[in-house]
Ligand binder design. Structure first.
Ligand SMILES: [Ca+2]
Length: 338
């Protein structure tokens, strides 16, 4: 029996509906990306450069702002600016954090002659205010990926305490049961030791959510062999810039300079990439809720009286993370987003 024409039309529309891409669906997809502020001491250890590239190549993340933190923040901003230019992502504003000195970094040669004034995107001279404005103006919680000593974050919390409730922290801080290189005792981790008062403020803030990767997990990440080679040999201009920076950086680090083959065969420890991962997922790590106190020497000591946050204390699958990292870094890049 033939269907009534109206019923037939309704049925046809119902069948077609899921297949028709709509502007609303595209907007939903864009909205589902995690808005991120990256607070970085890029230029000291090379892992921040890896972390920035990873953030730019992660389709789950929508990088709203990159802020340089600790030491010579204007110098660090040059490295960020040149990388964002190469990435075709000058739509991302750069905030210059609290400038503490004029030191240059082991990556200085890469930005020799680069003038920040030529950065075609927005350059925000008050990086602390940029963090506050980005957090407070967002209609949804923003994830603060914090991968350096955090004087900016301490100052932002002092200037506008309400940012804590608007931000989800994914940080790289501390050492609970393991030290550098998987050593069986905790030690003073750099991001905390370099600025204990700022790290104390960061760990005590009432974030909407908070997780940190201490050395226990992030200190074990290193790419070697074929996995490293896939990144080293990539034709992606952004990865070429990453490896170029790594090759400039290594001779300026005593332990790396001693081994002429180092940069040819493996990465250094990629601590900060884990904080970027934690902005996307926690699946590959085991987490524990712990209160942690910061000593004046930069030790992070479990203390039930301290504010509890989530700590990624062990890997569920470190091998899986390293593969994820390489797949993600070497994936073709999407067009620049507006
Ligand atoms: Ca760092």
């Amino acid at each position: 029996m033939p269907q009534h024409p109206v019923i037939a039309t309704i049925l046809a529309l119902a069948l077609l509906a899921p297949a028709i891409p709509t502007a609303a669906a595209a907007e939903d997809a864009a909205r589902s990306r995690v808005p991120v502020i990256l607070d970085t001491d890029i230029g000291d250890d090379i892992d921040d450069t890896w972390a920035l590239v990873l953030a730019l190549k992660s389709p789950e993340l929508d990088v709203k702002l990159v802020v340089t933190d600790f030491g010579n923040t204007a110098h660090r901003a040059k490295i960020v600016a040149r990388l964002l230019e190469i990435a075709g992502r000058t739509d991302i504003p750069i905030g210059i954090g609290i400038r503490e000195n004029d030191a240059e970094s082991p990556q200085a040669e890469w930005v020799k002659g680069y003038e920040l004034s030529r950065y075609p995107g927005q350059l925000l001279k008050d990086g602390v205010q940029a963090i506050i404005d980005t957090a407070m103006s967002s209609s949804e919680p923003v994830t603060l990926v914090a991968i350096g000593p955090p004087p900016n974050i301490r100052a932002a919390l002092e200037r506008e305490p309400r940012i804590a409730g608007k931000l989800r922290l994914a940080g790289m801080y501390g050492s609970l049961r393991r030290g550098y290189g998987g050593k069986p005792k905790p030690e003073a981790e750099w991001n905390v030791r370099a600025s204990p008062a700022a790290a104390r403020a960061l760990l005590a803030a009432p974030w909407a959510e908070a997780i940190s990767t201490p050395l226990d997990t992030c200190g074990l990440v290193q790419l070697k062999g074929q996995r490293y080679a896939r990144v080293r040999d990539s034709e992606d201009p952004l990865l070429r810039a990453l490896i170029e920076n790594y090759r400039l950086w290594c001779p300026r680090r005593d332990w790396c300079a001693k081994d002429a083959e180092y940069v040819s065969v493996k990465s250094s420890t990629l601590f900060d990439t884990v904080a970027v991962y934690l902005a996307i997922s926690h699946d590959l790590v085991k987490t524990e809720p712990l209160g942690v106190r910061v000593t004046d020497q930069g030790m992070t000591v479990p203390d039930p009286a301290a504010r509890v946050l989530s700590w990624a204390t062990e890997w569920r699958d470190l091998d899986g993370f390293e593969e994820w990292l390489v797949v993600r870094l070497t994936a073709p890049r999407a067009a620049a987003r507006r």
